[in-house]
Design a protein around this ligand. Structure first.
Ligand code: HEC
Ligand code: HEC
Ligand code: HEC
Ligand code: HEC
Length: 396
């Protein structure tokens, strides 16, 4: 069943038009279709399943990627690298080398299969539906509401992105109604929207019609939607300087990053966005669920490459995680480990992550020889380390 779904997704993805040429100086956007091919070609599929289908030697990767940034996935892979390397030897396969582009494509594929149906908590969703005031206007399963439409039709939708899209499209009218009835407009996080949908799916009334899935968002198509729906006018794009809305190319410090977080941000900032649109005479764009999924994928792919790390924290992590034991306190090389500041000073985060993966097996060997523990990293540590290495081992 799941495999069929994955196949369907892959077939649909493969039918997309080819990636547009990247403009000079722009990194090409990651391509999930190419990522799915790499998953097979690089032999990951021998050991890993994605959503149930595939090898059983390693864990199913359909879930690891949920809510993780690209560097977050790279960190998880780094942490498991020594054991993975052992297993690869046991099955007499070769440990795949990855170029930065390959790594980005592969992880983009994993991210999009992982977020198809972010699981929500129906109980939490029920409480929220009541406490945040949705129940005052909306009915679910025949009870409550009456002011707004019944939300039972969302029972069939699997992705929180679908619910969020309908909320965006009806947002301005809902806001007016909330003002009239004195309902405080709730602020939501991506997790909240998944929980709300889980509640509707559990409690909603409806026949046994088929579930409606979204295809994984495609960052390249999302880039087109971003231009066509005029998001670029305010946020900056190919020909527009932006500056009217905040730049969406960088996640702010402390901001949660996950595919559904972006739609939650759009909901939370909705009233301010619509006000600006009215001022500039830009109509509020209506989006289909698929367009929203593509948009989100596009924004997410921009964020991927700009995860904000800090070199001062990176310097601390370099020492506390044990990198300094081999590479020296400033990364300038130590006994037997190379100087990291020379080659990596200009590298992008994903280039550094790919380099670390490619040298991981030799590093694990060296750690075993010296009796050093393998440094365990979080996505944030990796972002900080990358900043530190890019700053040439200086605090900045
Ligand atoms: C020979 C088998 C094998 C191959 C090939 C392999 N892996 Fe793994 N992988 C494993 C095992 C076993 C683990 C669990 C290691 C542990 O427990 O520390 C793992 C763990 C992981 C994890 C962490 C998962 C989690 O839930 O924490 C990621 C991510 C990952 N592998 C990605 C990949 C990718 C991407 C490829 C292809 C480039 C790949 N692996 C190839 C065996 C393999
Ligand atoms: C003050 C009343 C009110 C509140 C509170 C309210 N809504 Fe609405 N909602 C409406 C109205 C009215 C519409 C229809 C707007 C239109 O016709 O464009 C609507 C439309 C929607 C739609 C689109 C329905 C469809 O079939 O496409 C969704 C989804 C939705 N609301 C979800 C929510 C959620 C989730 C909450 C709580 C976080 C919420 N609403 C809170 C009044 C409200
Ligand atoms: C008319 C100008 C305008 C247009 C068009 C516009 N936005 Fe915005 N956007 C804004 C403003 C202004 C804010 C900040 C609102 C605030 O401060 O609450 C914002 C905020 C956001 C945020 C939250 C950013 C953050 O980091 O907190 C997201 C996400 C977003 N917009 C996405 C979009 C998307 C996607 C589109 C196209 C469908 C779009 N916007 C179209 C003006 C616009
Ligand atoms: C046990 C010693 C040891 C530890 C601990 C260690 N490394 Fe290494 N590292 C090495 C060795 C040895 C090499 C060269 C491997 C090779 O030739 O393939 C290397 C290579 C690298 C490279 C590739 C350099 C290049 O120019 O291609 C990077 C990047 C790197 N390490 C980063 C790190 C980071 C970041 C940490 C901490 C999370 C770390 N290393 C921890 C020993 C270590």
């Amino acid at each position: 069943m799941k495999f069929l779904r994955l196949l369907l997704v892959l077939v649909a993805l493969a039918a997309l038009p080819p990636a547009p040429e990247a403009h000079a100086g722009e990194r090409p956007l990651p391509d999930p279709v190419e990522g799915s091919r790499l998953f097979v070609r690089k032999g990951c599929v021998v050991c890993h399943a994605v959503d149930g289908e595939g090898g059983k030697i390693g864990p199913d990767l359909g879930r690891v990627s949920t809510g993780r940034s690209l560097l977050g996935i790279a960190a998880v892979m780094w942490n498991h690298s020594p054991i993975m390397t052992e297993r690869i030897k046991e099955v007499k396969a070769t440990r795949p080398k990855l170029t930065p582009e390959e790594m980005a494509n592969l992880f983009t594929f994993l991210t999009y299969t992982g977020y198809l149906d972010v699981p929500g908590d129906p109980k939490r969703g029920a409480d929220m539906f009541r406490d945040r005031g949705c129940a005052r206007c909306h009915g679910v399963g025949g009870s409550g509401g009456g002011i707004g439409p019944s939300l039972d039709r969302f029972k069939r939708y699997v992705s929180p992105i679908s619910l969020a899209t309908a909320m965006w499209n009806h947002g301005p009218q809902m806001q007016t109604m909330m003002q009239q009835l004195g309902v405080v407009r709730p602020q939501l996080s991506g997790g909240d929207i998944a929980d709300l949908l889980a509640y509707i799916r559990a409690a909603g009334r409806g026949g046994p019609e088929g579930a409606i899935y979204l295809l994984p968002g495609n960052p390249q198509r999302g880039a087109q939607v971003f231009e066509e729906k005029r998001c670029a006018t305010c946020h900056g794009g190919r020909d527009a300087p932006g500056g009217i809305g905040p730049s969406l190319r960088r996640t702010r410090e402390g901001q949660k990053r996950g595919l559904t977080e972006v739609v939650a941000l759009m909901w939370n900032h909705g009233p301010a966005i619509w006000k600006k649109m009215a001022e500039l005479g830009i109509p509020v764009p209506s989006l289909t669920g698929q367009e929203m999924a593509d948009l989100v994928a596009h924004l997410y792919s921009l964020h991927y490459f700009d995860e904000p790390g800090r070199s001062d924290r990176g310097r601390d992590a370099f020492a506390s995680k044990g990198c300094a034991a081999c590479h020296g306190p400033a990364g300038r090389g130590g006994a037997g480990a190379p100087d990291l500041t020379k080659t990596l000073g200009k590298a992008s985060p994903i280039e550094i992550a790919a380099t670390m993966w490619n040298h991981g097996s030799a590093m694990a060997q060296e750690a075993r020889t010296r009796g050093l523990p393998w440094p365990n990293l979080e996505g944030r540590d990796l972002a900080d380390l990358v900043e530190f290495l890019r700053a040439g081992g200086r605090k900045k």
